[in-house]
Design a protein around this ligand. Structure first.
Ligand SMILES: [Zn+2]
Length: 234
């Protein structure tokens, strides 16, 4: 059993509910009794930090960073205040887009920013063990994974290799946008995919759903505009 985790101030009941697998996995990523201070202690405060950080990023007024000054503290552990489920797209860097330091964001990335079993386990670990207060599903404009899924749904084409698996997994999130009439299918599909995965996470029992219903965690959606860097809540 991970005694470090149990001594971190987190709910013992939550740990027992989370099961042995979560406890056993805890030392793999890092100690939960971290030395650095957490930047936010409530879901609303955590979301506010993300929003304010993105505003600094968009306006070009990002904080000056001395990464070496806080390196030693990070070696003692981590206390990220937010988790991001983002796309693998190389044009979006969450720590930059939210103007945050290493150790503050727990980032899971997969092309198309959708929930996978492994990604879900990572997000559960972030929330239950590391204490993240908010999870943001972060989609973005011009997402190749969303566009490929739209094309596969419209034309019935099959993509090579395991890309086909990715597109298949994204269909439930993208498909609702195709059933709506009107312009802007790409943007509607990007938003639909984010909202689908937000709802999915909110309902994932036992860890995330329970933390959401008890007010310890929020799951929200955002879409990053590559041209401006601005993240709109959706
Ligand atoms: Zn993408």
């Amino acid at each position: 059993m991970c005694t470090l985790c149990l001594s971190s101030g987190l709910s013992r009941r939550l740990f027992l509910g989370a099961g042995a697998a979560t406890l056993a996995a805890a030392p793999l990523i890092g100690s939960a009794h971290a030395q650095p201070a957490r930047a936010a202690e409530t879901p609303d405060a955590a979301l506010k930090l993300l929003v304010e950080g993105n505003e600094r990023y968009v306006s070009g007024k990002i904080n000056e960073r001395d990464f070496s000054a806080t390196r030693a503290a990070r070696a003692e552990g981590q206390k990220p205040f937010a988790a991001i489920l983002g796309c693998a797209d190389s044009r979006i860097a969450p720590e930059l887009a939210f103007d945050r330091m290493p150790g503050e964001l727990f980032v899971v990335r997969v092309a198309g920013n959708f929930v996978t079993p492994d990604g879900l386990g990572s997000l559960e670990y972030g929330a239950a063990v590391l204490g993240t207060k908010v999870i943001m599903v972060l989609g973005h404009a011009s997402c190749g994974a969303v566009l490929a899924t739209i094309e596969a749904l419209q034309k019935g084409n099959t993509l090579p290799g395991h890309i086909a698996d990715l597109v298949r997994a994204m269909k439930p999130g993208v498909e609702p946008a195709l059933k709506e009439a009107g312009q802007g299918l790409e943007q509607r599909a990007i938003i639909a995919n984010v909202r689908y995965n937000v709802q999915r996470l909110q309902q994932e029992k036992p860890i995330i759903a329970d933390m959401v219903s008890s007010g310890k965690l929020k799951v929200v959606g955002g879409v990053y505009d590559i041209a401006t860097g601005k993240i709109a809540m959706v």
